[in-house]
Write a protein that binds this ligand. Structure first.
Ligand code: ADP
Ligand code: MG
Length: 482
């Protein structure tokens, strides 16, 4: 019998919702700030009071256009909003203003490895409120639910891929790339755990060689990349088992349960006509003129893939180092600033990847929340390059720059950390160290050359690391051979 894994082809399309980082909501002036007291960031418009009128936030359109350009989409000159009707306690208006047949962006793609994953559309819509299922047992067993309307009306972008993804790993890679892009564009903070970036995965399988797609299930509720990958793997196996047993996959929405590691049926799939879409009568159709799109294009930052390539090919960083730096926007911005002012890229990257990252991890702070600036960091690198301070001394200076700021030069002066430039001072210490350790001198003379390391260590201890290693070495060899 043919192996099950090679018998079926996996077909996946992702619908990604990204909360946009605007200051105010999509159709009113209520703030979008996260973590505020429940139901405090609301107004008659986002609460859906009768008679109120939505006013489109221009920043939402700008962000959608910028994202569309980054994802190689066509930007629609004419676009409109539509009403999607449904009843649910988190939706006070009983309809969501969304875009149906004329989305702002169409027909783009995102490169994942060798493959272009096509993007069908990006549309703008408003988020619903958040239901909090109270009581001990969570959703199934809770005795009552609470609703927080602070999220109602937060702008969303829905980015819909074509069913071009063919494995769980590829879906994850696509999602990771998308997250990186929206973060670099500054349009979404990309936090899966907090739900500012959410993903519904449409999954189907078909026998290899079959043209028509199989019936899909839509899986929701994955709050991490790991969950996304696991949920898809689980769902593929579930569908293979059904078909192998002679059954049929039914089209439905399924919920991923991260604790149990399974998906379970939530509701049968709704169709577009169930929502009774019609053009939103309270908003005029939208015209986005080409000039504005051109202006937005001019503000496009360097995207992660291009940045990573530049770090590797132009700055000579390893693939790994380039990847780590680009993964953290703060690091990459900081690094770019240091490098464009002429500092050595390799050295800067080593410090960032090494001591700086270690400090940030240990103290659980973000680079941008410390007192380290590109300027004072560069000065420190210069002092090392000139030989004015040793790398070891620099490590202690770095901690002070991070914690208190100031300049490396001042710290060196105040604390007497500069290298001993006077050779006779070093010579005196070398002579003393040799005289104090007759046994080790014996060993050296007997041919055990490794003890040189011991002597170097002693001199460094005496000078608190302020002696130049090459000078110390040379003098030690001279004195030991006397
Ligand atoms: P709906 O709006 O009903 O969810 P769409 O046609 O807009 O349906 O598709 C939603 C997503 O499902 C898209 O990402 C699309 O690529 C994907 N998709 C459509 N058909 C299939 C299929 N047979 N298998 C896997 N994914 C699919
Ligand atoms: Mg859908």
């Amino acid at each position: 019998m043919e192996a099950v894994e090679t018998k079926y082809e996996v077909v996946i399309g992702l619908e990604v919702h990204a909360q946009m980082k605007t200051k105010t909501k999509i159709f009113c002036g209520s703030t979008t700030e996260f973590g505020q007291e429940h139901n405090s960031q609301v107004c008659p418009v986002c609460l859906g009071y009768p008679g109120v009128l939505p006013v489109l936030n221009k920043e939402v359109v700008r962000m959608a256009v910028l994202t569309g350009l980054a994802l190689n989409c066509e930007i629609a000159e004419y676009s409109k909003f539509d009403r999607k009707q449904y009843f649910y306690p988190d939706l006070p208006k009983n309809y969501q203003i969304s875009q149906y047949d004329m989305p702002i962006c169409k027909d783009g793609w995102l490169q994942i490895g060798e493959k272009k994953i096509r993007i069908n559309r990006i549309h703008m819509e408003e988020d619903a409120g958040k239901l909090i299922h109270a009581g001990a047992a969570g959703l199934a067993g809770s005795s009552y639910s609470l609703v927080d309307y602070n999220r109602t009306g937060i702008p969303l972008m829905e980015i819909v891929s074509e069913p071009d993804i063919s494995s769980a790993e590829e879906a994850r890679a696509y999602m990771e790339a998308l997250r990186e892009i929206v973060r670099y564009l500054g349009v979404c903070d990309g936090n899966l755990e907090e739900g500012s970036l959410r993903c519904d995965a449409n999954i189907s399988i078909r026998p290899v060689g079959q043209k028509e797609y199989g019936t899909r299930a839509e899986v929701k509720n994955m709050n991490s990349f790991k969950a996304l990958q696991h949920a898809i793997e689980y769902e593929i196996n579930r569908q293979v088992d059904i078909i192998e047993a002679g059954g049929k996959v039914i089209q439905e929405t399924r919920l991923w349960n991260d604790e149990k590691g399974i998906t379970s049926s939530m509701r049968s799939k709704e169709e577009a006509h169930d929502y009774r879409y019609f053009p939103e009568p309270d908003l005029v159709p939208m015209k986005v003129d080409k000039e504005w799109v051109e202006q937005i294009k001019q503000t496009m930052p360097e995207l992660p893939v291009a940045k990573r390539n530049r770090y590797i090919t132009e700055l000579g960083l390893s693939e790994y180092d380039a990847g780590v730096l680009v993964d953290s926007i703060e690091m990459a911005i900081f690094f770019d600033e240091v490098v464009t002012s002429g500092s050595n890229a390799k050295a800067a990257s080593n410090w960032l990847m090494g001591d700086i990252t270690a400090y940030l991890k240990e103290n659980k702070v973000k680079l941008t929340d410390t007192n380290l600036t590109a300027k004072n960091f560069m000065e420190m690198l210069d002092l090392i390059a000139k030989g004015a301070i040793s790398k070891n001394i620099a490590k202690t200076i770095l901690v002070q720059l991070i914690e208190k700021g100031g300049t490396a030069q001042d710290i060196v002066k105040e604390q007497g950390l500069s290298m001993i430039s006077d050779d006779s001072t070093i010579r005196d210490i070398v002579v003393k160290v040799v005289a104090d350790n007759p046994k080790e001198v014996e060993k050296f003379k007997a041919g055990k050359k490794q003890v040189l390391g011991f002597f170097v260590g002693q001199v460094m201890k005496e000078t608190k690391g302020r002696a130049k290693p090459d000078v110390v070495n040379k003098m030690l060899v001279e004195e030991l051979n006397k």
